[in-house]
Design a protein around this ligand. Structure first.
Ligand code: NDP
Length: 266
């Protein structure tokens, strides 16, 4: 039986749950996998990635895939020799593998993981009004998959409005995407989904949005996981269905695993 080697690379990396997730997927798929955590010094990221794949495909175990986490996702995008559509739109890479020509392919499974997670919770995005909070890397990765999922309207809101404006620009001519400013809050129709892609929950203790933005079934999703955030507390106070980002973490990892070993492994 062939043994494969994959890893997640970041700085810091000790907290990463990727090894446990991928080892579980490998067990389910009957694949022999060693999955490491690589702590990369900031200046060595590109060298470590190149060295990792230089060992493939002749060494055993076969070095076949890398996950990339903070703070290297944009540098990973720059390092990739080929980009998938999702990576191109996100401008960031969380998954590396080699193509048949041995070129380094950069993919991004964060946004598709989010959409899959929402589906697994029983929610379809089709024809729905969605409010996405944030304009950082996570929001950027989520935009294109959300638009592709057939939402009726996607509104983006961010503390720094200019960043949100910049993010929606390339999509405005093709998709129903708008900027939602605080001045729009009182006049906007309610949303079916509110997705929090800000890191505010890591430190903020309070969160509020005006009630005209919600209806009784507005589904709230916080990308942060493993911590009760102010956003989820606010959703609970308003008796809105809600989940934290753990399901997205698992789903994006599953998508990466499928890139390396084929979706038929599931
Ligand atoms: P970035 O640092 O790139 O972006 C942070 C975003 O949060 C910006 O839009 C920033 O606004 C906003 N923000 C930060 N603090 C506040 C605040 N106090 N009030 C309002 N807005 C605030 O981070 P990422 O986009 O990479 O990650 C965002 C979150 O998503 C992180 O907590 C991360 O853990 C989580 N995440 C979860 C994943 C999962 O699989 N579940 C995957 C990826 C990310 P501004 O532009 O004004 O600074």
């Amino acid at each position: 039986m062939k043994t494969y080697r994959c890893a997640v690379i970041g700085n810091p990396i000790a907290h990463s749950q990727s090894p446990a997730l991928h080892e579980q997927f490998a067990r389910e798929a009957g694949i022999s996998l060693i999955y490491d955590k690589i702590l990369s010094p900031l200046e060595d990221f590109e060298t470590i990635v190149r060295d990792f794949f230089a060992k493939s495909p002749d060494t055993r175990p076969i070095h076949c895939g890398l996950n990339i986490t903070l703070p290297f996702k944009v540098r990973a995008y720059q390092l990739a020799e080929q980009h998938t559509d999702h990576a191109q739109h996100a401008g960031a890479v969380n998954t590396f593998y080699l193509n048949a020509k041995h070129q380094l392919v950069g993919d991004n499974t964060d946004g598709i993981g989010l959409c899959r997670a929402l589906m697994q919770h029983g929610y379809s995005l089709k024809n729905k009004r969605v409010l996405l909070l944030g304009a950082g890397g996570a929001a950027r990765g989520a935009l294109y998959p959300l638009l592709q999922a057939g939402v009726r309207e996607l509104s983006l809101s961010n503390r720094t409005l200019s960043k949100a404006q910049q993010l929606i620009k390339p999509y405005q001519s093709q998709f129903p995407i708008t900027l939602l400013t605080p001045e729009d809050f009182s006049t906007s129709a309610p949303f079916d989904f509110i997705i929090n892609a800000t890191s505010a929950g890591l430190h903020d203790e309070t969160f509020t949005l005006p009630t005209p933005l919600i209806h009784r079934q507005t589904y709230c999703y916080d990308m942060i996981y493993g911590k009760p955030t102010a956003f989820l507390h606010w959703a609970a106070q308003h008796h809105l269905p809600h989940h934290d980002g753990y399901s997205m973490l698992v789903a994006q990892a599953r998508e990466s695993f499928a890139r390396w070993f084929g979706s038929s492994s599931f």
